[in-house]
Ligand binder design. Structure first.
Ligand SMILES: [Zn+2]
Length: 472
């Protein structure tokens, strides 16, 4: 049996790990690489393997950096099953179509520029039709329910465990019969956090021989997830006093529902005044619908609030904006309000207009609540916290950052250094032969490696992009 690291190796995005078991190929995740535009396009288009030869995909969760390249896989000939939880499947049904829409739009924009310069035009990475076609290949399975992968002659059993990261997110346990030898192989997907709103805490998948682990925040400590209500309360009270707007770039799935949930609780406890709140993203509207359909993924606190009649998704007081004209009309809105909009890393979508219109007014607040990858506008905004007045480019034009930028890492959906240690403490050191670290920037990976070695995990390895490792 061997494993090839085809993405998220020494970087965060583009999760793809290829296992070859008894000559058959199983892909764990097929995420989109996100970074500089042309490099991303190339990396996403050219796989490090032949998609026609992949028998099955096992998908940990719906985030685009884990699922977003599945339509390209289809386009290049993959016709096997994609296994995931039912909430992941439902989220993918809206997210992959949305991603295809962005690909088509982005290509139009680039081609306009290229045609002016007389350069060769791009094709979109994939289209909505590719996204719709790949959705036909999904098979959903419940948590903690062992099943055998089709096409592997009953040699590979899979069990999903809750990862506590986003709705439907899972850790993957593979029980493999590799030519008579039994191998337990784990994949963390993205490790969530204890006490995140709405979701259950991360589960333990049981002991394994090998584990691929994410390492996003392997060397950083977040504020506790339980702090988010208090911190958000302060941000809202300050903005209410200054009369400014709060602009929140947020992933449509996860962060948006969590911040709304937090606001609902603050309203219930009468800790903040009622201010107009807009969720300006068609995808968020649909994602909230998917959340409502999956109460089986909710934790006890959320179930209790619902039973008490709390409007946890703010349907009675939040203005969910689908229409572009209504989105534009928010530009002329006067007074304190909150606008939550995608994309979460400020790379595309309506958030760019809201930033452009509000970034130069010092009464306003830009509230960052999610991970911001290198080379994104979101990351530049985070950097501006220590460089007041620095300029950032929006739609190719420079704008000085005069609004207050606040980063609340209590909202992170990824385990931090301490939570990863808590997660790993469940594993038996003697049985776990090797840990492969992926999904992190190199300093975070090195920090996690050092921590794990201190915790007596002897073999911790950071693979390169494209590297193959033989397991025996
Ligand atoms: Zn994720």
């Amino acid at each position: 049996m061997e494993i090839k690291f085809c993405g998220a190796a020494k970087t965060v995005t583009g999760s793809q790990h290829l296992l070859t078991i008894n000559g058959k190929k199983l892909l764990l995740d097929c995420g989109l690489y996100q970074g500089r535009r042309e490099e991303s396009y190339r990396r996403n288009k050219d796989f490090l393997y032949n998609p026609e030869q992949i028998h099955s995909v096992v998908l940990s969760h719906a985030h685009i950096d884990h699922s977003g390249n599945l339509p390209t896989l289809y386009k290049k000939g993959f016709r096997g099953n994609i296994y995931c939880t039912s909430a992941t499947r439902d989220l993918c049904s809206i997210m992959l179509q949305d991603s295809a829409h962005i690909q088509e739009k982005d290509t139009q924009y680039i081609n306009k520029k290229k045609s002016r310069k007389g350069e060769k035009l791009f094709n979109p990475l994939y289209t909505i039709s590719d996204a719709l076609n790949v959705l036909k290949q999904f098979k959903s399975m419940p948590y903690q329910n062992k099943f055998y992968l089709d096409g592997f002659n009953n040699k590979v059993a899979v069990t999903f465990f809750d990862a506590g990261h986003i709705l439907g997110s899972s850790q993957v346990l593979l029980e493999i019969n590799d030519g008579g030898k039994k191998i337990r192989f784990g994949f963390t997907g993205d490790v969530g956090r204890w006490q995140l709103p709405i979701l259950k805490d991360p589960d333990f998948m049981g002991d394994v021989d090998y584990l691929i682990s994410e390492s996003t925040y392997g060397g950083r400590v977040h504020d506790k997830a339980t702090e988010m209500d208090n911190q958000l309360q302060q941000v809202i009270l300050d903005a209410y006093q200054s009369g400014g707007k709060i602009i929140v770039p947020a992933f449509s799935v996860g962060r948006t529902q969590e911040i709304v949930y937090s606001i609902s609780k603050l309203y219930k406890e009468k800790k903040i005044p009622h201010i107009p709140i807009f969720v300006d993203s068609p995808l968020s509207v649909n994602a909230t619908e998917v959340f409502k359909m999956h109460p089986e993924c909710f934790d006890d606190e959320t179930a209790k609030l619902i039973s008490e009649g709390t409007d946890i998704f703010g349907l009675s007081y939040i203005r969910y904006v689908k229409d572009v004209e209504e989105s534009k009309s928010l530009n002329s809105f006067e007074g304190c309000c909150m606008i939550i909009s995608a994309s979460g890393m400020c790379e595309a979508g309506r958030i760019l207009h809201h930033l452009k219109n509000n970034i130069e007014d010092k009464r306003n607040t830009i509230l960052i609540i999610g991970f911001q990858a290198e080379h994104t506008l979101g990351r530049r905004l985070v950097e501006s916290v220590n460089n007041p007045g620095m300029e950032v480019n929006i739609f190719g034009e420079p704008y000085p950052v005069r609004a207050k930028v606040i980063v609340l890492n209590s909202f992170s959906a990824h385990a931090d250094e301490n939570e990863l240690q808590r997660y790993f403490n469940y594993f038996n050191r003697k049985e776990l032969k090797k840990i492969f670290l992926v999904h992190g920037e190199i300093d975070m990976m090195e920090a996690l490696k050092a921590n794990l070695e201190k915790m007596d995990f002897k073999k911790v390895y950071i693979p390169d992009y494209g590297e193959t490792v033989i397991l025996n």
